[in-house]
Design a binder for this molecule. Structure first.
Ligand code: CTP
Length: 402
């Protein structure tokens, strides 16, 4: 693994006594490590110990002028390639889930744009409490990676789930989360959200795509070191860190933007729900009821939009092209027909009528349909996780195993 800057945030649980060992394990793997501690963590492990093993000053206070004079908390948040919270108490997990920022660790966690790995450790009943479990769901859906807790004898006397994962397991997970720069040097072109096709000056034909899947792919590709262009239909989502975004409205605008970016692209992921039809002659003004015969509506003359994905696949060039197929009914058969018709390297199919899958959901249950007939069915995952799975397949496509 190449050298990474890891910020280890230690919170106040008995497992904090393993933090020095974790620092040493992370450093042995070639990482630079800085430590931040909550005031409660200081009850379990001395800052001086972490300073000695990390070789860096340890921060414990948000407003301490001396500490802030060293490296201020925002600089610390910006410095990190990865934030590891270990041990993560129920309290810090709740704060992370809700975006509280009332001490150094929670403030840095909110300010950083780095990926985050948490290693929960607590009493079994605190871990199983619905409040904690809901917080974990929130964090997972947001893309926070979680390691453990493991089952075993707990310091509180109970036996069960709640032990912090071992330092080596946390360091391995950190290497996995921070280590993949597999797309450095790639230019990834992602399309997201739905297009809007104007009917008149105020109305449009659209669809229910939120853009979440495409934005997740763009974020994940950027995290893996790619240069990312995101061509998006109207969406209310924040542009992921490090992503260049081009906003479009109609399918024709999307086609134009995509074709302009295509020559540079080495990977194309077409997550957008492109309108298949547009109104042949949208009205420049507003269509008014009083201009129509009583009790009747206007007749819209629709024409076909170009198929952008098929056009990309026809354009010569050495690039990986991944399409999406939003389906109801026979998922695999229709996705396979689309794959063959358009000629992409992989089709990501999802049943949009299924609960927890498809439009506006934070999760997605997808099936990878490969040329040649292979089918990979994935469980219901967060869209971030699905994005990671999709980008993991690029190597397989390039290896010719598709
Ligand atoms: N797509 C595209 N241009 C279009 C329509 C679709 O680039 N005009 C792309 C989508 O971005 C997606 C894939 O083609 O990656 C499949 O989209 P989908 O709407 O499911 O398929 P269609 O080919 O439009 O088939 P149908 O709507 O008839 O199921």
């Amino acid at each position: 693994m190449e050298q990474r800057r890891i910020l280890l945030a230690v919170t106040g649980g008995i497992a904090a006594y393993k933090a020095p060992e974790l620092v040493r394990t992370l450093r042995r793997a070639g990482n630079a490590v800085r430590c931040a501690m909550t005031p409660n963590a200081v009850q379990f492990v001395a800052p001086l110990t972490l300073q000695a093993v990390s070789g860096q000053a340890v921060r414990t206070q948000l407003f301490d002028p001396v500490e802030e004079g060293g490296i201020d908390h925002i600089a610390l948040a910006d410095w990190a390639d990865l934030v590891v919270v270990a041990p993560a108490t129920a309290n810090i997990l709740a704060k992370l889930a809700h975006g509280l920022a009332d001490d150094l660790v929670s403030t840095v966690a909110l300010a950083t744009r780095a990926p985050m790995l948490v290693a929960p450790a607590m009493n079994l009943n605190m871990w199983l409490h619905p409040a904690t479990q809901n917080n974990m769901t929130t964090l997972r859906q947001r893309g926070v990676r979680i390691i453990g807790p493991e089952s075993g004898e707990l310091a509180c006397g109970w036996d069960g789930e709640g032990r912090m994962a071992e330092p080596q397991a946390i360091a391995d997970a950190a290497a996995w989360v921070a280590g993949t720069r597999a797309l450095a040097g790639d230019v990834v072109l992602v399309t997201a959200s739905g297009t809007r096709e104007p009917v008149d000056a105020v109305r449009y034909l659209g669809n229910r795509s939120s853009g979440k899947m495409g934005f997740a792919v763009a974020a994940e590709a950027a995290r893996r070191g790619a240069s990312v262009v995101l061509v998006s239909g109207p969406a209310t989502l924040r542009t992921p860190a490090g992503v260049r975004r081009i906003d479009v409205e109609t399918a024709l605008e999307m086609r134009e933007a995509v074709l302009a970016e295509l020559p540079e692209a080495t990977i194309v992921v077409k997550a957008a729900a492109v309108a298949d039809f547009r109104v042949a002659r949208p009205e420049a003004g507003k269509i008014r009821k009083e201009e129509l015969p009583p009790d009747s509506g206007p007749t819209l003359d629709l024409v076909r939009n170009p198929d952008i994905l098929a056009e990309i696949c026809r354009t010569p060039g050495n690039r990986v092209v991944i399409g999406f197929a939003a389906e109801t009914g026979d998922l695999v058969a229709s996705a396979r027909r689309k794959l063959e018709r358009k000629g992409c390297d992989l089709m990501v199919a999802n049943d949009v009528s299924r609960e927890g899958s498809g439009f506006d959901s934070d999760t997605n249950a997808v099936v990878f349909v490969w040329p040649g007939g292979d089918v990979e069915e994935l469980p219901c995952l967060s869209k971030t996780e699905v994005a990671a799975q999709i980008l993991d397949r690029v190597a397989k496509i390039r290896g010719g195993n598709g």
